[in-house]
Write a protein that binds this ligand. Structure first.
Ligand SMILES: [Zn+2]
Length: 418
């Protein structure tokens, strides 16, 4: 609940209008003050000891506020530039943020975005049959209409589109920055092009696609993407002389035509694209991803260069997956986990520093100083317990970043019972 309040209410308030004032946020005094706000939030979320260092933000995967502010400012600047194409000037002052991220300005200029455009003339129909209707001998498949299957595919190697229709099986290779949405649209447009070349008149045409999002976008009356509007116009053109309907077909469920189109799309994705890039304009998501990636490098630089936090850096890194896993624990466990990973917990070294105990020697082996690091990694007095919970007698440096959190909490809970 505390995390939710912080990320959904407090942080948006802080980030409001970041584009205008972000340049102040990177001054050292501001960074310190912002750090305090986030620290307070982290303490509320984890319930950790007051002395816990800022390393907590890595455990919760909350980037420091001055980085979040720059990310927000860059996103706002790009979204504005993409939509309004305003004069950039010499990129000093607050727009300077765009100088920091390579290529994004040109990406925003080649955007796929258009102002929402209304089109009420629609010559074609779009239907979404239920899955069950597809299973029980669909009636729309048993007429003499021409059936065209289209599909888009995005793999590790590239992006492709496939079209399968009467007497034709075709695959297309697209640029790697094409989104799956654009690839699906492209497949439909190519199918329409082939039909136009065949000069169809008064033909019943069914275009079957497995992309719900594309069909829903075409079923709409507002268009905010150039590719989408182009596809709509091509379909309308075809529909002026023919009876055209678009039908959703469940993907990857063994429907013959759909499987063939999928095969063609994958084939296209496996080949190298030759030609100028990008093929389509960039959309919001492309730009946001670019900004995200940039913010991630800022974050890594910050984490590597920040002073102190020796213990936290050894055990923690910013990792969304591990942060989510930590948040599934109950509050007491999160507190223990935070203590273990940041080194500030009820171990003798720390308690001695605070003047609570009169020795810092380890209770379990009586040999070394009882620090969290000593207890987790190597204390000989806890060898069997370590084997039982963490499955190793001693830990190595490379194990530390991926320790199973639940087991670590159980392992360290011995401190609570002492
Ligand atoms: Zn020990």
């Amino acid at each position: 609940m505390a995390l939710w309040i912080y990320t959904q209410m407090v942080r948006p308030i802080i980030l409001y209008g970041a584009l205008v004032w972000w340049s102040k946020s990177i001054q050292q005094t501001a960074i310190t003050k912002l750090g305090k706000v986030q620290r307070l939030a982290c303490l509320c979320i984890t319930g950790a000891m007051r002395t816990t260092p800022t390393g907590m933000e890595a455990l919760l995967n909350l980037p420091p506020l001055h980085i979040a502010i720059q990310e927000e400012a860059a996103t706002q600047a790009l979204m504005l530039h993409m939509k309004v194409n305003f004069k950039l000037g010499n990129l000093t002052g607050h727009l300077n943020i765009l100088n920091k991220i390579k290529n994004t300005i040109s990406m925003a200029q080649v955007s796929d975005h258009i102002d929402p455009t209304l089109c009420f003339t629609k010559g074609y129909t779009v239907t979404f049959p239920e899955r069950i209707e597809w299973k029980t001998n669909p009636k729309w498949m048993n007429d003499d209409s021409h059936k065209w299957y289209t599909d888009g595919s995005k793999t590790l190697y590239g992006v492709g589109a496939g079209v399968v229709g009467p007497r034709i099986h075709k695959s297309y290779t697209l640029t790697r920055d094409t989104t799956i949405f654009q690839a699906e649209l492209y497949a439909i447009m190519e199918a329409v092009n082939i039909m136009q070349r065949r000069n169809h008149k008064r033909v019943k045409i069914k275009v079957l696609s497995d992309s719900q999002s594309v069909l829903k976008a075409l079923d709409n009356y507002t268009y905010n993407s150039k590719t989408l509007l182009e596809c709509h116009k091509a379909l309308n053109n075809l529909a002026s002389k023919n009876n055209v309907s678009l039908i959703w077909v469940p993907g990857h469920e063994g429907y013959d035509g759909n499987e063939k189109a999928d095969f063609q799309a994958k084939k296209g994705a496996d080949e190298n694209f030759i030609g100028p890039s990008p093929m389509f304009g960039f959309n919001k998501n492309n730009l946001k991803q670019k900004v995200k990636y940039w913010a991630k490098t800022l974050l890594n630089q910050h984490w590597n260069n920040v002073e102190g936090l020796r213990h936290s850096k050894k055990f923690l890194s910013f990792n969304a997956k591990r942060a989510n896993m930590a948040l599934t624990l109950n509050k007491k466990s999160i507190r223990t986990l935070t203590g273990a990973l940041t080194g500030h917990f009820t171990c003798n070294k720390h308690l001695h520093k605070l003047g609570i105990t009169n020795t810092s020697t380890c209770r379990f082996c009586c040999e070394d100083e009882e620090s969290m690091e000593h207890l987790i990694i190597e204390c000989p007095g806890l060898t069997h317990r370590r084997k039982r919970f963490l499955n190793k007698f001693m830990l190595a440096d490379e194990d530390l970043q991926s320790l199973p959190q639940k087991d670590l909490v159980q392992f360290i809970s011995i401190l609570n019972s002492q």
